[in-house]
Design a protein around this ligand. Structure first.
Ligand code: DGY
Length: 382
């Protein structure tokens, strides 16, 4: 039997409560856990509804506050790691599932699909979804690109959505994650990267299950909304560089189906607001930090002080930029954070203007071939 966990902050309480109810009513679920960031309106709504829901479904629904487990900014990582510890200490369930609490398209099938893969013997199951071609820009440009450049011979760059928060772990996986100090320290947005990395490094088998209706949740405005996540996801990869990962992991990916227009036609972020960011917040120190970058990148970036310029930041330039960032980026340094953010925006706008505008299919195959290109480049040496 399984424990299903929803970490949450302030979300639409009706959505969170509906998702808890779906989980509690699922026949494979013996307990549901909501992990709140703090006591606020969503937490109170869950608290007032959970007894009635639990009685109606005959499944306990627990509510806890996340503990301070890690050493980075206290965020999603502390919430998920709190749940892993709860699973080991308070339950004898065999499997734990995680789902984001704010998903309006969540359904009982999501749990069944993961259970079916675990029944086949897979130790980790991750859900993946069709995503708009301008969404998933941290996934593609930071995580999959970084996995390709650093561990080209492994399964890591082939994982569809390494940052996805919808997944299942079996008990031995949870034991390994709780025993892994790097994972427990990662209290911020880097947690998804660490879970993906650590489970592949430990050799656990992985199944990726496809959810065709997609993950409906709030849209981003300008890419600023993603700034903290970007910096924390890049720092997580940088912190792992130098680790050794084996090549032999069982990894199965379910075939994807036709993608609905609601996703192929969706624009993932506000382009006009984002273009404006290229010329803002420059400091003299950021200009100096660019001295260490190859010249076309340095010159191109500096030109952005006067007018938005991004055509130079193609996949080759991003490769060189990424390698330089891996060597030199200093986590927690405000100028490095801003420069990383600006470099990434330049890359995302370049991709949007030259690829995403050519249509969904073109964009998807371009992104996949970009990652393949990085895998090949990294295998053939520096
Ligand atoms: C990603 O890149 O996957 C982030 O969720 C932002 O879309």
């Amino acid at each position: 039997m399984s424990l299903v966990v929803f970490p949450f902050k302030t979300e639409d309480p009706e959505v969170v409560v509906a998702n808890l109810r779906v989980a509690a009513e699922h026949p494979s679920v013996s307990r549901v856990l909501a992990v709140g960031f703090e006591v606020e309106s969503t937490y109170q709504a869950v608290e007032s509804e959970r007894d009635d829901m639990a009685r109606a479904a005959s499944t306990p629904i627990d509510l806890v506050l996340q503990e301070r487990v890690g050493t980075k900014r206290s965020g999603k990582g502390d919430g998920m790691n709190t749940a892993l510890r709860y699973f080991l200490d308070e339950t004898d369930s065999e499997r734990i599932h995680f789902y984001d609490a704010d998903i309006t398209s969540f359904g009982s099938d999501w749990i069944s699909q993961a259970e079916r893969a675990a029944d086949l013997g897979y130790e980790v199951v991750k859900h993946f979804f069709p995503r708009s071609s301008t969404d998933a820009m941290i996934t593609w440009m930071i995580t999959r690109a970084g996995f390709a450049l650093l561990w080209p011979r492994t399964e890591l760059p082939r994982i569809e959505q390494p940052l996805g928060g919808e997944l299942l772990f079996t008990r031995p996986v949870v034991e390994a994650l709780v025993a892994d100090e790097r994972v427990q320290a990662q209290s911020d947005w880097g947690i998804d990267t660490l879970y993906t990395f650590s489970t592949v490094q430990a050799g656990f088998s992985l199944y990726e299950t496809y959810v065709s209706q997609g993950k409906a949740h709030a849209l981003y405005g300008g890419l600023t909304d993603l700034r903290t996540m970007l910096v924390e996801c890049f720092s997580a990869i940088q912190g792992l560089a130098g680790e050794v990962v084996g090549e032999n992991v069982t990894h199965q990916v379910e075939a994807a189906e036709a993608v609905p227009p609601s996703i192929t036609e969706k624009i993932g972020y506000n382009l006009e607001v984002t273009l404006g960011l290229l010329s803002q917040n420059w400091t003299e120190r950021q200009e100096h930090l660019l001295d260490g970058f190859p010249d076309p990148i340095r010159r191109g970036m500096l030109a952005n002080r006067d007018a938005a310029t991004f055509l130079f930041m193609d996949e080759e330039a991003w490769h060189l930029t990424y390698r330089r960032l891996l060597e030199s980026f200093v986590p927690g340094d405000a100028d490095w954070d801003e420069l990383l953010f600006r470099l990434w925006i330049t890359r995302v706008i370049n991709y949007t203007a030259t690829r995403a505008l050519r249509g969904y299919e073109h964009a998807q195959s371009y992104l996949a071939s970009m990652v393949d290109g990085y895998v090949h480049a990294a295998q053939s040496g520096p």
